[in-house]
Structure formats: C-alpha cells, structure tokens
Design a protein around this ligand. Sequence first.
Ligand code: NAD
Length: 490
Amino acid sequence: MTLAAATTVDRAELFIGGTWQRPASDRRIVVRSATTEEVIGSVPEASEVDVDRAISAARRAFEDPQGWSHWDPAARADVLDKIADEFDARSEDIIRAISQQNGMPITIARALESSYPPATLRFYADLVRKQPVEEERPGLFLRSTTVRRSPIGVVAGIVPWNVPQSLTMTKLAPALAAGNSIVLKPSPETVLDAFLLADAIEAAGVPEGVVSILPGGRELGAYIVSHPDIDKVAFTGSTNGGRAVAKACAELLRPVSLELGGKSAAIILDDADLDLQKIGQSFFTATLANNGQVCFLGTRILAPRRRYDEVVDILAALMQHSPLGDPLDDATLFGPMASKMQQEKVAGYIEIGKNEGGRVVVGGSGRPEGWDRGHFVRPTLFADVDNTARIAQEEIFGPVLTVIGYDDDADAIRMASDSDYGLGGSVWSSDEERALTVARAVETGTIGINGYIPELSAPFGGIKQSGYGKEFGAEGLTAYQQVKSIYHFA
Ligand code: NAD
C-alpha cells in the first residue's frame, strides 16, 4: 500500500511561560508513526527543573497586579479568540501530526481535533464576556451579599494521547478565560501537535508566564501534580492514573477534576431503526470512533433478545465495511493503535474474550492482512458475551465490541448501570420519549439518544470510577473560578 507523506516536527526548545527556552536536560522524546513505526519527529523532554521554571513564571504572572489574572475578562476573551484563529491557521498540520502519532483516522481528526479546540476557545471567550465578575444577591439574614468570581491561581493540566488537542482545550480554554495561569503536560505519545499549539499560543500574544507546555511521562506528571505551588489540577487519563493523582491532591487538599476511563453501554431498544444507511455513521461514531481509543464509546452493545441476531449481523456488516488502513487516507475508518503497548493490550483482551467463551463474529487475533508494520489490530466483534465477562466490564480502548442480550427495558437499564464506570452511553429507539425514559435511568454522567458526541455547551464528565468534576458548559468555567462572598450589613 502507498502511505501518505509524513509531517515531521523537530524542536530544540521548550515552551516555558510563553517563550521558547533551552531545556535543562538533553533528554529527548522521539516520536514514531503509529502506522509505519518510522521516526517522525523529536522534541526535548521536560525535566523537574523545567517544571520549577514554568511554575514560578506562572506564579509571577498570576500575582502581577497588572497581569493576566487582573485583566478585564473581555480583553482575555479577545486573546482566546486569537488563539482560536491561530489554531485554525495550523489546523491541518495539527491533525496530520495527531493522526500519525495516535492513529486517528484523518476524517475523525477533522471532525474532532480541528473543530472542538477552536470552538472551545471561542465558547469560553463568549462566556466570560457575558459573565459578570460580581453579582449582588439580596440577603435573608443580612442586607445583601456581593458574590465575586476570581481565578484560582496556577493550574496543572495533565492530558492523555487519545484526543490530545480537544482534551487540552477543555483545560486551557476555561482556565485562561477565568484568568488562571496554566502548566500543561501532554503525553509523550502526542507531543508534536502540542508544539504546534505552543506556536499558536505564542502567535496569539498570550502574556509571559501564563502558559507552559511541558512534555514528559507519568513521573513528570506526578512531580507537577504534587508541586507545592500548584493551586488546582485537571487530569484526564486512566482510572489508575486518576487514583494516584487524587491521592496526591487529597494530601495537599488541592482541588482536582478527574476525567477517567469508561465502559459505556449502547442500548438498542426493540423498536430501533437499524438501517445502516441511516444510522451507520452515527453508530460508528458512538461505538468505534478513533479505533476505539475514546473514553466515552459505547462498546457494550445491549441488544434485545428478540432482535439479537439481527443486531449482530448489522454490527458485523458495519465493521466489515469500514476500511482499515493509513489514517492519513480520507477513506480510512480504522487506523492503528497509538502504541505497541496499546496494540498488545487490545490483542490481549481479544484473547481474554475468546477464553471467556465469546463468539468471534468479526476479526479476532493477529494482524489485519497486508499490515505487517504499524500498531494494527483486527477490529473485533464478540457475540454471546455475558455482562459480567472481563471484556464486558474492563476498558479495552480499542476497536472491540461485545453484544450482550437483554430481556426488557428494565433489564437493559440494570445491565447498562452494572459497571464500575459511568461516563457515556447511548439509547437507540424510534420513540424519543421511551429512549428518554431509559436515558434518565442509566447510571452515567452523559448519554445520547440515537447518537453520541459530547456537546460543548453542556457539562461533560463521569461518575463512579469515571471520575468527578465537569468539563464543557458553564460548569467547565466554574471549575476554574473561586467565589468569594462579601456580606453587607445595614
Ligand atoms: P494515563 O493515565 O496513563 O495517562 C494520562 C496522562 O496522565 C499522561 O499525560 C500521563 O503521563 C499522565 N499520568 C499518568 N499517571 C500519572 C500520575 N500518577 N500523576 C500524574 N500524571 C500521570 O492514561 P492514557 O493511557 O494516556 O489515556 C487513556 C485513558 O484516558 C483511558 O483510560 C481513557 O478512558 C482515559 N480518558 C478519559 C477521558 C475522559 O474525559 N473521561 C478522555 C480521554 C481519555
């Protein structure tokens, strides 16, 4: 097969406090294409010394009486809009870098990673323009109270590799809009796009000290999270990572939001219209997008027993007709996994599923034909799986669906909620009221009717082991503000 030409990024300096600085150590992160496994770029790896420099620059910026945190919110909003414009100007390079690093098919990258980040910046810019810094509330015991919003301080944003720019922006945009400084740590798997974002931030004229982007692994993340001069942590990643971060933050009594793993259910009600021409694309997005490497995907398919075989056949057709290949090719719907580790993990779960007695309808073990390089797995559909099976309960983070039969709506609700996680999910029905009744009852932070994609204007976040705290919506801004009540007496 012919592969599209690679975009390469090679950098010598780190983005610390809004300027490019020589790193304290000569360690580098070398990035390989998930598709070809060839080197496509390299950047400096940040060290603890770089973190200390970034956090003190962020602190100085935050405490400057004329600085960012004291600017009129509308002036900050104008800078957010400029970052969005600069992001748009680099969007094609950014999404190509992402696709090569984590295997995200380019059409999905275009739908997610080139649209959500600038939209998020513009959304929070608009929100702070409209939100008064102070509001007066009439009192019950006192005359009145002035409720004043202010930024929290220096924020640490820790981000995973699967949807790196959108997830960076769920932290960067509201944190900046509210007037905080921020130190971001992208994952080592997706650093090239992070440097392109740094270029956009620099070009937008964000004041000195306010933003740093420090690539590194989990040790660096742990160092940032427990640094004494951080005021708030926003973490997106695995449930295990989140648990470690929560412990560090608990010790320091530091506010933290955790967006963690998931194992959501896609509930197909017995009146669902399963015409693939009509629902194929939205069903794919809700269950398989980005090669299964999205936290909210509904990978547990709950099918009514009387339509079980029909559901299995339709899903098999959907998976078989979704082309696998070079993620830079517009026709590709399944690309490679982001890393060898992820490939091995997904392959391991396919074995577990077989050993648990799951019936492999599509895919199975081994590499897809014609792909002897790259972190490819075979998209796999399991039928005859019990909801208690490991492949039905544990997050696989790959293109693996399990179809589980249920008896009636109450049974479907019970099974959908029978999970340690509670992040996303979907209900498919031709009766919106009936679907709404089911959606209301499922234990989860978010759920879609006849589709699933997070909505920027509404709060997004999980319950149970999927974490706590909300991103997006007005709630996503509140998470980066503290409120003070000033009581007025007669
Ligand atoms: P991960 O937890 O290994 O790493 C995520 C980020 O946290 C990386 O930058 C990593 O270096 C850092 N990190 C890891 N351990 C840390 C620690 N103890 N202290 C500080 N930083 C630490 O997760 P991953 O494998 O990169 O990402 C995939 C996971 O992320 C999946 O479980 C997925 O469901 C989850 N995720 C959740 C959401 C959501 O919104 N809920 C969104 C995307 C991904």
